[in-house]
Design a protein around this ligand. Structure first.
Ligand SMILES: *[C@@H]1O[C@H](CO)[C@@H](O)[C@H](O)[C@H]1NC(C)=O
Ligand SMILES: *[C@@H]1O[C@H](CO)[C@@H](O)[C@H](O)[C@H]1NC(C)=O
Ligand SMILES: *[C@@H]1O[C@H](CO)[C@@H](O)[C@H](O)[C@H]1NC(C)=O
Ligand SMILES: *[C@@H]1O[C@H](CO)[C@@H](O)[C@H](O)[C@H]1NC(C)=O
Ligand SMILES: *[C@@H]1O[C@H](CO)[C@@H](O)[C@H](O)[C@H]1NC(C)=O
Ligand SMILES: *[C@@H]1O[C@H](CO)[C@@H](O)[C@H](O)[C@H]1NC(C)=O
Ligand SMILES: *[C@@H]1O[C@H](CO)[C@@H](O)[C@H](O)[C@H]1NC(C)=O
Length: 628
């Protein structure tokens, strides 16, 4: 049940042979139908969706389709909060490349479930999307999509609870796109993720995917939301069946159909204005598509306009025919915009008496990828998760430190600027009901400055490897069930300021190096243990004895005890005899006096003889005569 991470290893044993119209090999494409028990093939494209049922974690359930554009899949997978706030798919052996990753959200087909869970999504440790309430009512909000460079190997997609229902996922698509797709110029490349904010096809009423346009697969099966009008009376649609030149070209492979419809401004409203809500203080990459498809505009200079975004002119005197090289020819312009407010407004302002035209608009949020956590440290934390039996509510899945909105609880992170990697500098797992043991791997968390595991039920020894965590300042293992002795290596922790080992079952001599360290500056508490000794405040340690010697001593002590008992009995008996003898003597009986002398001899022997055996034998030999 702890296995919340999926390994979709088997998926690569299938091939992804999609037929492509171009001469290039087919791009890598992986589609997962979450919660499906069998692979699914969906009409009308015969796309193959792989099942994920062999993997534990999350709960499969039946799905309803919130939107017309939701893929026709019948199942989903949801993640109850009891399984922790971070749940991930780890998809192995994804080849290095540039990808469009798309996730459709699920709505559980059961009346008592929240119809619209809200949660966060991260890809490779970077949060790319936060669901907005009301998403199930908008076609372009029922999925999240991002363009990202994957480095090859395992790719991780995580779903993070935000306290608004259980994250529910219908599907995951990982579709390779051209390495240069959406190159917006300065700042573009690895480390930058483009999250699709919107994709509009203007002047049409039909939602379309790349597949519907028979688009090249290197385009990643984009979804184009139809935009019939930017506002009543503000524009009028145009469409054509004519062939459009310069479409489906590398690296973006825009389909021809996208340019066969457009919106054109009117005499009433010469400016063509499109406004959308955005997150403030983010950067956006805006891509605008043009083709002169209006039969009345036949030459250069007939339609000229400026492109103004949030008040700044990005392109002046745009003449589509001139810039694209002719009528019915595609033109793509892109602009990078820093938005401080909550709206992004694109205005096409005609020069002179003409009207503006636009065929399609794409807006991406530019997200800087997060740095990841040092791989060794992630591995060490995972070993600790297992060894300590960490409950799943901790949500130790994905990357410990990122997305920064959802770090693992109990692990403190610090960015190492030298290596651009996050490292763990603190572990706060005090009072969490942990019952396991502390593994040696803890020493791989080299940057730890503080460890607090106080008030758990951790058993076993204190790992000697702790001594190699040189920066450690606080080590609080108090109130657990640690046993054995304090490792010598603890004395190597020269930065240590606090060492709390009280309330455990530790025993043996406190190593001299530790004692020396304590004298200097470390505050410590060793009380309430099974038998620690050897430093001021603790008992002195007894001589060091081998186990053979211990057995010898134990044997001797029991014999001595027996002897003592016998002596006591002899003394008591003798006293009885004396009393009796005195009593008899009082009536004239010499015999009793002799007996008394014998007993006296034995007592003498006992005092004078150091040989235990002799002493014992004497007692035994004389005993019966006395007891008879
Ligand atoms: C899902 O629906 C099928 C029938 O379509 C039904 O047999 C199955 O029990 C349902 N599963 C759940 C978890 O409700
Ligand atoms: C996008 O714009 C930038 C700068 O304005 C330019 O360098 C880049 O080539 C453009 N990308 C495409 C694919 O046209
Ligand atoms: C937006 O871009 C500017 C300039 O490239 C950069 O300084 C700034 O950090 C970016 N903002 C965000 C939120 O990424
Ligand atoms: C980074 O490097 C500097 C010197 O190169 C060093 O002093 C510092 O300790 C390093 N920081 C970390 C976190 O390793
Ligand atoms: C460790 O955690 C315990 C329990 O929460 C707390 O009482 C103690 O002060 C902490 N130790 C240190 C050194 O902060
Ligand atoms: C510590 O306790 C474990 C059981 O929890 C036991 O197996 C082990 O032998 C003990 N070690 C020492 C040194 O007493
Ligand atoms: C040390 O621990 C004991 C309990 O194990 C506690 O009673 C005592 O107050 C602690 N001493 C200090 C100085 O914190």
């Amino acid at each position: 049940m702890m296995m919340l991470r999926y390994t979709l290893a088997c998926l690569l044993t299938f091939s992804f042979g999609l037929t492509s119209s171009s001469a290039r090999p087919a791009p890598y494409a992986l589609r997962i139908s979450c919660g499906a028990r069998k692979n699914v093939i969906t009409p009308p494209t015969y796309a193959l969706w792989y099942k994920d049922i062999a993997y534990t974690g999350g709960v499969p359930a039946n799905a309803t389709a919130p939107s017309y554009i939701t893929p026709p899949l019948k199942t989903l997978r949801y993640f109850p909060i009891s399984e922790g706030p971070n749940n991930c798919y780890n998809i192995v052996r994804v080849p290095k490349g540039h990808y469009s990753v798309r996730i459709f959200f699920g709505v559980i087909d059961q009346p008592n479930f929240d119809k619209e869970p809200l949660f966060d999504i991260s890809i490779e440790g970077t949060q790319v999307y936060s669901l907005k309430s009301g998403w199930s009512g908008h076609d372009d909000q029922v999925f999240a999509e991002a363009l990202i460079f994957l480095m090859g190997g395992t790719s991780t997609i995580c779903f993070h609870s935000t306290g608004h229902g259980d994250p529910a996922i219908l599907s995951i698509e990982i579709l390779q796109v051209d390495d240069k797709a959406y190159n917006f110029g300065k700042g573009w490349g690895q480390g930058v993720i483009l999250r699709t904010a919107t994709r509009l096809s203007c002047g049409t009423g039909k939602p379309r995917f790349g597949e519907d346009y028979h688009a090249d697969h290197w385009g990643g099966d984009r979804f184009w939301n139809p935009m019939r009008s930017f506002g009543k009376g503000a524009d009028s649609p145009r469409s054509t069946e004519n062939t459009i030149k310069q479409t489906s070209v590398s690296p973006n492979f825009y389909p021809e159909g996208l340019y066969q419809s457009a919106l054109v401004s009117t005499d009433d409203q010469p400016d063509l204005t499109y406004s959308m809500d955005v997150e403030p203080n983010r950067n956006y990459s805006v891509w605008m598509h043009f083709a002169e498809i209006d039969a009345t505009v036949t030459a250069e200079g007939k339609r000229v306009f400026d492109v103004v975004i949030n008040g700044d002119t990005f392109f002046e005197d745009v003449d589509v025919i001139k810039m694209s090289g002719g009528r019915y020819t595609a033109l793509v312009l892109n602009a990078t915009v820093t938005v401080s407010g909550r709206t992004l407004t694109i205005v096409l302002q005609p020069k002179g008496s003409g009207h503006a035209i636009i065929n399609a608009i794409e807006v991406f949020e530019i997200i800087t990828a997060e740095f990841k956590t040092l791989r060794d440290e992630v591995g060490a934390l995972q070993k600790m998760k297992k060894a300590l039996g960490l409950p799943s509510r901790f949500g130790w899945n994905g990357d410990p430190c990122v997305p920064s909105q959802h770090p693992w609880s109990g692990a403190d992170c610090q960015l190492d600027k030298n290596t651009s990697r996050w490292v763990i500098d603190g572990l706060d797992l005090d009072n969490q009901g942990l019952k396991g043991f502390l593994p040696n791997d803890i020493s791989k968390l080299k940057h730890l400055q503080s460890i607090n595991l106080s008030q758990n039920s951790i058993h076993g020894g204190i790992p000697a490897s702790l001594g190699s965590i040189t920066k450690l300042e606080v080590l609080d293992l108090s109130y657990n069930s640690f046993n054995g002795s304090i490792p010598e290596t603890i004395g190597e922790l020269t930065s240590l300021l606090i060492l709390n080992l009280n309330g455990n079952s530790l025993s043996g001599k406190v190593p001299a190096a530790v004692g020396g360290m304590l004298l200097h500056r470390t505050r410590f508490n060793f009380t309430d243990n099974a038998g620690l000794c050897g430093i001021p405040g603790l008992p002195a340690c007894g001589p060091h004895l081998s186990s053979g010697a211990k057995i010898g001593i134990a044997f001797g002590v029991s014999i001595a005890f027996l002897l003592l008992v016998l002596c006591a009995m002899i003394w008591w008996k003798r006293r009885q005899n004396i009393l009796r003898a005195q009593h008899i003597a009082a009536r004239g009986a010499p015999y009793a006096k002799k007996r008394t002398n014998v007993s006296h001899d034995i007592q003498m022997t006992r005092h004078g003889n150091n040989n235990n055996h002799g002493q014992a034998r004497t007692a035994v030999e004389n005993g019966p005569s006395l007891l008879s």
